[in-house]
Structure formats: C-alpha cells, structure tokens
Design a protein around this ligand. Structure first.
Ligand code: NAD
Length: 366
C-alpha cells in the first residue's frame, strides 16, 4: 500500500519557520511507528511569484488536487504590496481554496488550561473550552450576484446579495453533522431566519439533513444571539455551523476567546475524493507576520495543531492528533512560551525551534 500523500506549501514570512517545526513532528511520527507520509514541498504566495511570476504555478495547483491533504504556512509580505491584484500572494491561497472547492471551513476554539489566564474572559468561562465552528466558505453574500456599486437617481448604492442553494447548505450541513458525530454529538446551526429568507431555507435544509443523523442533538439559534452566547458561556456549544458571513465573524470571535493568533489552527474541507478522504487544506489562521519573520520568534503551535487536524480529519488518526495536542498542552503546562504568549514580566521567551523541539520531546514521552 502506498503512503498517504501530503503537499507542504510553507509560503512566505514566518511560514517556512513554523513549517520547519511541523516537519520535525512529521519526522518523529515516521521514525516512531506512526503514520509515514509521502511528503512533497512546493511554493505558494510571494515566493512562487519570485520564482515563476505567479503566486501559484499550475503544476502546484494540479499537485494540490492529487494529494490526500495540503498543509500551508502563510503568504504575503510588504515586498508584494504594490503588485497587481491578480498577482498578489493571497491570490495563490484563494485559487487553492476555489479550485479545490473547499466549502467547509473548520475553526476550533480550544483553550489549553495553561493559557486560560491569557483570555480576555474570566478563566472559568474559557477553561476546558473545546468548540468547533464550521463556516460555509464558498457561497453566500461574499459571492452572490448581483453585486457592485450602482447609480440610482442622484446617489450611489452598494449592493451585495446573500444567496444559498439547497445543495450548498446540504453539503456544509453534512460536514458539520459528520464532525459532531466524531465529537460531542451536538450541533447548533446559526442564521437569521427571523429576518432573512436565506436563513429560513438554511434552517429547513439543516433540519432535513439532521434526519440522517438521529444521534446528533440539533439546535438552532439566531446568529446575533449566538454571538452573545459565545461570549457569555461558550462551553454550552460543541459544533456550530453557519454561513459565510456570520461564520467569518463568529469564528474570529470564538478564536479570540482562547488567546493568541499563534495558537489557532484551521482546516478547509471539500467533497470526498475517490478514496473517501475529503479534499483538504490545513493552515494556521495567522498570516506571514513580516514584523517578526526571520527572527526565530514565531509561535509554531498554530501550524503544528493544523497538522494535528490533518491527522484527525484526512488520515483518520485521531489518537495521533490527540497525542500532538497533549504534547502542546504539556509544554505549555511546563511554562514554555514563545514571545506572543508572554504576558508576565521578566520571563524569557523560547524560540520557534525551541518550542518545536520541546513539543517533539513531549510527543516522545506520550
Ligand atoms: P499576521 O497574522 O501576519 O500578524 C498579525 C500580528 O500577529 C503580528 O504582530 C504578528 O507578529 C503576530 N503573529 C501572527 N502569527 C504569529 C505567530 N505564529 N507567532 C507569533 N506572533 C504571530 O497578520 P498581518 O500582519 O495583518 O498580515 C501580514 C501579511 O500576512 C500580509 O501580507 C497579509 O496579507 C498576510 N496574511 C496572510 C494570511 C494567510 O496566509 N492565510 C492570513 C492573514 C494575513
């Protein structure tokens, strides 16, 4: 049997620095009886533009369509700010998401106990928090037509259209139910069915899909009430599914419950491939952080946790994913902090590679 394949796209800025730490984790599993991956590496973003004059070469795009999962670092940087819109590093990432048709964006909000004090909310509100937001990523008001700024009488009007087909709602709802089945079997769907027809249809379709998942307890909430509940008592949720616009807001809100940008992983999933695995792109939420790039200050945990999501959702290695998460928990409990996690005075931060090494050492201990 061939090994599962992984395409690594480190990208720009701190992308290659944090990805180097992920490679240590991948190598550790390979050398210690864990999964062995067929890993290839390629360019995306500004570095791809420098090499090929495009932020994503067609060959890289083709490779991304073939592999079992793609793991991306980050793209962008001030060097590329003056490029034409179509050549900007971010276009490479957007092309990947679009052509792979990655319609379900998974954003976990998980609070490691050692960092509970770091949250802007009270410790008891966030301690032990583990929720997952599933955001529809390829439709809704960011894509709906008509759109634009039009002349109407003697003034201009900005127009965007919220539009969802039944099949678009159905497929993202299925992704969310599947996730709920692997987790706490509770799913809360959020929309604004009180004021939006797209919300009425959303609720109907999610309810219908729910009949195929009788073990999952489904609830519905208006998205504005959902935002309040997420800050009041986030632990009431397990999985949340919502549309593109509300998901954009709610996933950022939920992510920040737990602290630093350097801690936040994500996954974007599409339709199942012939081998049953979903098309998948895993990446930290943060960008290329040009302000700290090349200084060994970046926190590699978001990228390492993105790899843990790949283990769980693409490769059915939930035990190994949990092992990575436990290793992260251990190093944080031991007091190791990269600079972004240091609130207290007088403590010396560890470097990117020291954090990676410590996580690998904790993996080895189990
Ligand atoms: P950013 O996420 O790169 O940085 C925001 C702040 O968070 C910075 O102060 C940075 O030092 C800090 N930070 C981010 N990740 C960190 C980590 N792992 N460890 C420690 N500190 C970390 O966002 P930005 O500054 O708005 O954007 C910089 C560039 O990244 C821009 O070119 C932007 O377009 C691009 N960007 C790319 C992505 C992506 O690749 N998915 C996402 C957002 C921004």
């Amino acid at each position: 049997m061939t090994n599962p394949s992984l395409l690594i796209l480190p990208g720009d800025g701190i992308g290659p620095e944090v990805m180097a730490e992920v490679r240590k984790v991948i190598d550790w599993f390979g050398a210690n009886g864990g999964p062995v991956f067929d890993v290839s590496e390629d360019l995306v973003g500004g570095c791809a533009y420098d090499a090929h004059g495009t932020p994503l070469h067609d060959d890289t795009m083709a490779r991304a369509q073939e592999v079992d999962a793609v793991l991306l670092g980050a793209v962008g940087g001030p060097k590329y700010d003056s490029l034409d819109f179509s050549l900007k590093p971010e276009r490479g990432l957007l092309r990947l998401r679009k052509e792979m048709d990655l319609y379900a964006n998974l954003r976990p909000a998980q609070c490691f106990d050692a960092l509970a004090d770091f949250s802007s909310l009270k410790t008891e509100v966030v301690s032990g928090l583990d929720i997952m937001i599933v955001r529809e990523l390829t439709s809704g008001v960011y894509f709906g037509e008509p759109r634009g700024i039009i002349e109407e009488g003697n003034e201009r009007v900005g127009v965007n259209t919220q539009r969802y087909t039944e099949s678009e709602i159905d497929r993202v709802a299925r992704s969310a139910f599947e996730l709920a089945m692997r987790r706490g079997k509770r799913l809360c769907s959020m929309e604004k069915a009180n004021v939006m027809e797209s919300g009425v249809l959303w609720r109907e379709v999610v309810t219908q899909v729910g009949k195929d998942y009788p073990e999952v307890e489904l609830s519905h909430m208006y998205a504005d009430a959902g935002a309040m509940q997420l800050t009041r008592w986030p632990k009431q949720f397990d999985v949340i599914v919502t549309d593109n616009l509300f998901g954009d807001l709610l996933s950022d809100l939920a992510a920040m419950l737990t602290g630093s940008l350097g801690m936040l992983p994500s996954a974007s999933l599409g339709a199942p491939m012939a081998n049953g695995r979903p098309k998948a792109l895993y990446e930290p939420v943060h960008g290329s952080a040009p302000d700290i790039a090349g200084q060994g200050k970046a926190n590699p945990i978001a990228c390492i946790l993105s790899f843990a999501m790949a283990l769980r959702y693409s490769f059915d290695r939930g035990e190994d994913a949990a092992r990575v998460e436990r290793a992260v928990e251990t190093v944080l409990a031991d007091g190791l902090r990269t600079a972004d996690l240091l609130g207290e005075e007088g403590k010396a931060p560890v470097s990117t590679s020291e954090m990676g090494d410590a996580i690998v050492a904790a993996l080895a201990k189990g």
